[in-house]
Design a protein around this ligand. Structure first.
Ligand code: SF4
Length: 210
């Protein structure tokens, strides 16, 4: 499940000093994705997986320095119960947890809320609904994405809806969208995607826990 770790981040988890963990696999194929090594199975299979027990030991050792754990990907929610269990463990030793998601699996979000294992949700909103399929490289049931938005907004948990202004997508269009959906959007600048080589992947994710 785990393909990378950033040992310390001051930006991934708002207001917290955190470590970021990267899960492998994604059900979307966004053309501008910056983590393509984590998305395409033939590329993912070239990457070494991190041992979960080693990650846990690392997080136990760093507990005096870190406040939170941010889970990103790929699409973390694809890991279902295994991720829920990991988050429950992280909370049991005092970490706050954040999960980044593309919103495709509201049933996972629902379960995470029921089990109270996520303290902060961040969901990417890619495009207006009519053209969403262009932005994610496939068709997808928009009702599922809307359900995730609704679960997150009604949860009372801190959260962030984020949009990257990819070419052709205007801030004005997304502000109208946000108004219609009654949500706040955080805008992220667009950077050209580039395939990540092994060296870049390692520098992206930092050292593996020793
Ligand atoms: S949802 Fe995220 S990880 Fe998946 S393809 Fe899109 S940008 Fe990449």
């Amino acid at each position: 499940m785990w393909y990378g770790i950033q040992r310390t981040t001051f930006v991934d988890f708002p207001g917290k000093i955190a470590a970021t963990l990267f899960t492998g696999g994604c059900n979307f194929r966004c053309p501008w994705c910056h983590n393509q090594d984590l998305v395409y199975p033939h590329r993912l299979s070239q990457l070494p997986q991190l041992d979960e027990e080693e990650i846990k030991h690392f997080l136990i050792r760093r507990k005096h320095l870190l406040e939170g754990i941010c889970i990103t990907g790929g699409e973390p929610t694809l890991w279902g119960e295994r991720l829920l269990n990991f988050l429950a463990w992280a909370k049991s030793i005092g970490y706050e947890t954040k999960v980044d998601t593309n919103g495709s699996h509201p049933e996972w979000v629902e379960e995470a809320l029921k089990e109270d294992v996520v303290d902060f949700f961040a969901m990417d909103i890619k495009h207006p609904w009519e053209t969403y399929h262009h932005a994610i490289g496939r068709d997808y049931d928009i009702h599922l994405l809307k359900k995730t938005i609704s679960l997150i907004t009604q949860s009372g948990k801190p959260h962030q809806f984020r949009t990257t202004l990819i070419p052709g997508l205007s801030r004005k269009t997304m502000l109208t969208f946000a108004q219609e959906m009654n949500i706040d959007l955080v805008f992220q600048p667009y950077r050209d995607p580039h395939p990540l080589g092994k060296e870049e992947h390692l520098s992206l994710t930092g050292e593996t826990p020793a």
